[in-house]
Design a protein around this ligand. Structure first.
Ligand code: NAD
Ligand code: ZN
Ligand code: ZN
Length: 377
């Protein structure tokens, strides 16, 4: 079953790192087995895309980036008999698209799906070893996740969750990466317990969601740490109990003063730089857990003080995304019931033509919360 789908569509294509995103017409993709076609209503602008746009992380080109989308299913591929996905449903699409077949997926560890890394993150393809995207002349175009910066995108059906009508079709785009990654950090990485204390280093799109989700999981104190006062004010409005500007204050001293000389149980790190690792480790109590989810711009290393980690029995627990099939529906439920105020995190909307401009602002640190490309603009 399919509705009227045009043969070509507009997409923001990265052909050359020096030129940045170029918006133009490419072929509209169609789903294969176990996939759906989504008419994109919006796609979030995530810091991870910046690493590819800037050339710090290698990815095949031409490519369509954009990996957190909301939209409507307009075509269901074959092999979807085991699920209830249907044309007309509104969905959120997750950046981490598990194959559903490998050993990690069998264990429920979607976050460790090896084919996702090998085929999609390295080669820009889906699980049959090909991409769904092509230029008008048939030249293949790589897909970073689903390639969401386009009017239509193909998503494996493992990686969409149906959203209720009450979810905003534009702002809801951030559920599939910013909110889901934050949920993974809190629920899977930290396994946060009611009454624990938390620090969130870097309160951008992902960090803002960590603040809200930590609160939903019962954190009694959430300290936001960033370098920009406007972002810290926003963090407070989202539920942070205290804020620390690490440009002006020593993080260890400030956090220990705010926690009665103890430090926090859990310090989340959401930028992927040596300084933010230091801040997170400096905030930690004895026996605390540091959960880094920021991705470095290519190969980066951080210094960890050996004796402090050992003598104080601290843990560093990396966390990538979440367990899409279990966790994305839960993120959608939390958003629908109001424990994730995703609407308050989206502060900017751009048209598809302005996507490159949006990423420039993100790179310059000028987007508070999250910016999204609204396909209706
Ligand atoms: N693990 C995952 O699955 C996953 C998923 C999504 C994003 N990421 C990564 O998470 C990170 C955050 O992404 P985002 O989209 O939220 O980024 P963002 O650009 O929206 O936010 C970055 C924040 O860092 C702050 N900042 C800059 N320098 C700082 C410093 N020295 N100390 C403290 N704060 C500082 C900025 O003011 C901003 O608020 C990126 O590294 C991204 O690649 C990881
Ligand atoms: Zn992302
Ligand atoms: Zn898998």
């Amino acid at each position: 079953m399919s509705v009227q789908i045009p043969e070509t569509m507009r997409a923001a294509v990265l052909r050359d790192v020096d030129k940045g995103l170029e918006v133009g017409e490419i072929r509209t993709p169609h789903p294969k087995a176990g996939e759906v076609l989504v008419k994109v209503s919006a796609c979030g602008l995530c810091h991870s895309d910046l690493h590819v746009i800037g050339g710090a992380i290698a990815f095949p080109k031409p490519a369509v980036l954009g990996h957190e989308v909301a939209g409507e299913i307009v075509e269901v591929g074959p092999g979807n008999e085991h699920n209830d996905l249907a044309v007309g449903q509104h969905v959120a699409g997750a950046f981490l698209m598990p194959c559903g077949q490998c050993e990690a997926c069998a264990e429920g560890r979607d976050d460790l799906c090896a084919p996702f890394f090998d085929l999609n993150r390295i080669q820009g393809k889906l699980y049959d070893g090909t991409t769904r995207l092509a230029d008008l002349d048939g030249t293949p175009i790589a897909m970073y996740s689903m390639g969401g910066l386009a009017e239509y995108c193909v998503i494996p059906s493992t990686s969409v969750a149906v959203v209720p009508d009450a979810i905003d079709p534009v702002k809801g785009a951030i559920l599939g990466c910013a909110a889901m990654t934050a949920y993974g950090a809190v629920r899977r990485g930290a396994d946060l317990r009611y009454g624990e204390t938390v620090a969130v280093v870097a309160t951008g799109g992902v960090g803002s969601n960590i603040i809200q989700i930590s609160k939903a999981f019962g954190a009694k104190q959430t300290i936001a740490i960033d370098v920009a006062d406007d972002k810290l004010e926003a963090a407070r409005a989202l539920g942070a109990t205290d804020v620390v500007n690490s440009m002006n204050e020593n993080v260890h001293d400030a956090v220990f003063a705010l926690t009665g000389g103890r430090g926090v149980d859990v310090a989340f790190e959401a930028l992927g730089r040596p300084q933010t690792w230091n801040s997170a480790l400096d905030a930690l109590r004895d026996g605390g857990r540091m959960v880094p989810i920021g991705l470095g711009a290519g190969v980066q290393t951080a210094e960890v003080e050996i004796n402090r980690t050992v003598r104080r029995s601290q843990s560093i627990i990396g966390n990538y995304g979440a367990r899409t099939r279990q966790d994305l529906p839960e993120v959608v439920r939390m958003a629908a019931e109001g424990s994730i105020h995703y609407q308050d995190i989206v502060t900017r909307k751009f048209s598809l033509d302005q996507a490159g401009e949006g990423y420039e602002l993100l790179k310059a640190g000028k987007i508070q919360g999250r910016g999204v490309v609204d396909m209706s603009l």
